[in-house]
Design a protein around this ligand. Structure first.
Ligand SMILES: Nc1ncnc2c1ncn2[C@@H]1O[C@H](COP(=O)(O)OP(=O)(O)OP(=O)(O)O)[C@@H](O)[C@H]1O
Length: 248
């Protein structure tokens, strides 16, 4: 997936300026930068989540495989199945654990029989590292799980539609250190099957989970590259200032 010359405006205010970024398959890329620099705005462009904000206008081109995702013929519901999203605060539906995961495959007609749907729910919960903890209570409400379990349920829900790309907007910010460590391990495992874009405020987290890192500042993509290089040998002075704590 890639963004080319992406600009985003909220009314008169421009939030992103001419961003070019390639997102490579089966890698985790972290978007980092000080508060308000446009990380979440860019993330939300990738599955047209910004469409839900009236005053928001996106220009430029974002391509998934060969498809321009802002083309008028793109079905946005289908796009969001191909580019799934996990939010900052776990937000399971007020439904059973099973139904949370079965919802997407059902509305997208991905399975033909109940057995197939059961298999998909099971495999999604397994991949999200939650199966062992919930297999005996699939009919209980998702909202009854712990915060970390709820976030893994949301990950299971997002991967149940077999997306190509998974977007994560500060997925651990509402979690304790143990739940965070579990999610970070999971992100590393999921990389085998999905491309992951994660917004994080934690440079330690970016260093732990991602192969690529992109640094944003005041709406501009300042620098991107292999995570090791960004954190040990950044080219741009602004990146250096950020990673050493001088800005942000
Ligand atoms: N719905 C909105 N309406 C108007 N302006 C917005 C909206 N969402 C974001 N902005 C503005 O766009 C800019 C970028 O915001 P964005 O949330 O993308 O930054 P961020 O880097 O993700 O910040 P944070 O780390 O604090 O979440 C900010 O100036 C913000 O105030």
């Amino acid at each position: 997936m890639s963004g080319n010359g992406v600009n985003v405006f909220y009314g008169e205010k421009q939030a992103l300026f001419d961003v070019d970024l390639n997102i490579y398959e089966n890698q985790v890329i972290s978007l980092i930068g000080p508060s308000g620099c446009g990380k979440s705005t860019f993330l939300r462009c990738l599955n047209r989540m910004n469409d839900t904000i009236d005053v928001c206008k996106v220009t430029g081109k974002i391509v998934l495989d060969e498809d321009d995702i802002y083309d008028k013929n793109i079905d946005v519901v289908e796009l969001r199945a191909r580019v799934g999203m996990v939010f900052q605060k776990p937000n399971p539906f007020p439904k059973s654990i099973y139904e949370n995961v079965a919802y997407g495959p059902r509305i997208h007609g991905m399975t033909r029989t109940k057995d197939e749907l059961d298999d998909l729910v099971t495999s999604s919960l397994r991949r999200a590292g939650l199966w062992e903890e919930v297999k005996d209570r699939l009919d209980q409400p998702g909202t009854g799980l712990s915060g970390g379990q709820q976030q893994r349920l949301c990950i299971a829900r997002a991967i149940a539609t077999q997306p190509e790309v998974l977007l994560m907007d500060e997925p651990c910010s509402a979690l304790d250190p143990i739940a965070t460590a579990i999610i970070e391990e999971l992100i590393d495992e999921l990389r085998a099957n999905f491309t992951i874009v994660i917004v994080t405020h934690s440079m330690q987290q970016a260093a732990r989970v991602s192969q690529k890192t992109a640094f944003f500042h005041l709406g501009k993509l300042i620098e991107e590259g292999p995570t090791d290089q960004i954190f040990t040998n950044p080219i741009n002075k602004k990146t250096q200032d950020y990673i050493t704590g001088r800005i942000g």
